[in-house]
Design a protein around this ligand. Sequence first.
Ligand code: FAD
Length: 427
Amino acid sequence: MKIAIIGAGYAGMSAAFDLVKAGHEITIYESENSTGGLARGFRDPKWDWSVDRFYHHWFASDEHMLGIIEELGLSDSVIFPRPYTVLLHDKKWYPFDSIKEALLFPGLGWGVNKLRFGLVGVYLRLTKNWQALEKITADAWMRKWAGAQVYEQMWESMLIGKFGKHYKDVPMSWFWARIHARTTKLGTFKGGFQAFADAFAEALRKQGVEIKLSVKVSSIRKSKEKNIVTLEGGEEEFDKILVTTSPKVMAKLTPDLPKTYLEKLLELKQMGAVVLVTALKHQLSEKGYYWFNLPKDDGFPFLALVEHTNYVSSEHFGGEHIVYGGDYIEAGHEYFEMDAEELMDKFAESFARINPKFTRDWVRKVWVFKADYAQPVPQLNHSQNIPAIETPIEGIYFASMSQVYPWDRGTNFAVEIGRRAAGLMMR
Ligand SMILES: Cc1cc2nc3c(=O)[nH]c(=O)nc-3n(C[C@H](O)[C@H](O)[C@H](O)COP(=O)(O)OP(=O)(O)OC[C@H]3O[C@@H](n4cnc5c(N)ncnc54)[C@H](O)[C@@H]3O)c2cc1C
């Protein structure tokens, strides 16, 4: 078959990997100038390694991603350093991502709260019955089983930070997926995620996949016999097409989809993201903490401060210290209009709350990255809302972050859904 894939993120590249191996002729169209999708990186001339535009890592349980890396023969380049995630309590930061640290965390006291926290954690790790958990919101379930104090201290601000005004709608199954499938060990690729995306693309090209970068697809339609992709330079015919964009873009590209499928696409909710990347002359967290969960109700204007060089060495960045400030925001939020310097002005006070010695002259350079489709927002009984990978138009398939539920979005699940779509296309 002659197959087009729209998008060179991990879903698109993983689908291409299986399809080309089975002997099909594959063209990937990618509107950006590099592969990797949301997990793309960039490299300042001063650095040896790339930095992800939106901070990324893998969990030790990411079997689909680690599996395809092994098939690509690239496992030697995967590293799993042990970074520290911290939470704020009483103006002090405490590590909080292992059982030992949870037990020592003073925010829960020593009584029944700690026990409830532990029991809820064990239950969510062990149960596989996410279907029961999608019938109730995380907010209601947590208040009932963990208790209001544990929930408000530990998780409520993370939910608010991630989902904004939608946070009370998110089903408990979303929370289950995070606790059930994640590990404290975090992995990355030597050279950064872009180095992996480049190596993946290179392996695909060697197999004969044609990857057309900086080529935007503007529409997809079916003629009598074939499926047609329209590009700036004209039209191309294919037997099958896999689209890996956001649901909104899919709806726009393919207006001939039946109304019921289009409505399903457009009803899916999402959050956008903005991430400020800073190159600093000095280390910000001298204790070597990697990930700060920032409570917005304590005056922090963003959700996560992530010191990348407390995870991988600053040696790879010419001795500079890379710190991200990231937030999830809704369409129309003022951050979408702000440039990197304006965001730095807004976030600087929070950097100084991590290290009072911080001043603006520590900052050598800032960059900002924005995405309007960054985090799908699941709803109650969400398994009923997921559009099928096989669309009602024969030969046109769709695989996105919004369809990996009950799992949360992630490159691991992009690989899984990409390969699942490839399987369906070859059936
Ligand atoms: C802030 C943030 C943090 C994250 N952290 C992690 C993490 O730590 N670990 C992790 O595993 N995942 C993380 N993710 C999620 C991860 O990035 C995604 O789940 C994954 O990259 C999705 O891959 P995809 O192939 O489905 O889609 P995408 O990566 O979005 O790929 C779709 C591609 O389609 C292209 N495209 C769109 N429209 C067109 C068009 N008209 N023509 C041609 N091409 C088009 C896009 O440019 C894009 O390259 C994070 C995401 C964000 C936003």
